[in-house]
Design a protein around this ligand. Sequence first.
Ligand code: HPA
Length: 244
Amino acid sequence: MSLTAIIGGTGLTRLEELEILRRETVATPYGEPSSALTFGRLAGREFVFLARHGDPHTIPPHRINYRANLWALRQIGAQGIIAAAAVGGIGADMGPGRLAVPHQLIDYTWGRSGTFFEDELDHVTHIDFTQPYSEDLRRKLIASARGLSVVENGVYGCTQGPRLETAAEIARMERDGCDLVGMTGMPEAALARELELPYAACAIVANWAAGKSEGEITMAEIERHLARGMADFVKLLTRFAESP
Ligand code: HPA
């Protein structure tokens, strides 16, 4: 049976439901991944879990060693990646607590090490990234989400962080076509494609994006909605594990 990796984001530093089999610290040519890799079983199926922000949660989005994370997952034989991602909701149907499986993305980040193809090249490589997510994996996630509050599409805009956006930035992103805003989707998705690893994201809406609701966005609000959304995400994962 194929090994699927789960990258946990804010609100998912540990996957308590995973029956832990072993932990492995992996070295890569790009340095250390954010955390040790945890191999475990969920509903009888083996997964490997990586905490994107470290365990404990201490690495901000722009400091994550995305290359080490993706390289480590490929090195241990992962054949697909499900990335959990806390996001702000921009689209009217992307309210707090909802899950979404984005089908497209726009990258607003800068200065992150975003490719494996830059040193000691014998030729220059440009990956096709027309469809940034694996449609096959997306369909499996959507099928596993029946009965839960899930939006089946969405454009994910990736900002640099760690600060949240201004209302004008979100208004611009909305004009660009973004439905969701997060800070970690890139270069993660592109690096997975460079390694030819099928990759799909499950976004968990933690708050209305800046300017989309009255008042300030607080960490307390984010954590409250994330707790609810993550519980649904774990249900989705369990159904995914049970599916053939
Ligand atoms: N913006 C960017 N990233 C986020 C947000 C947001 O509003 N909420 C959770 N992650």
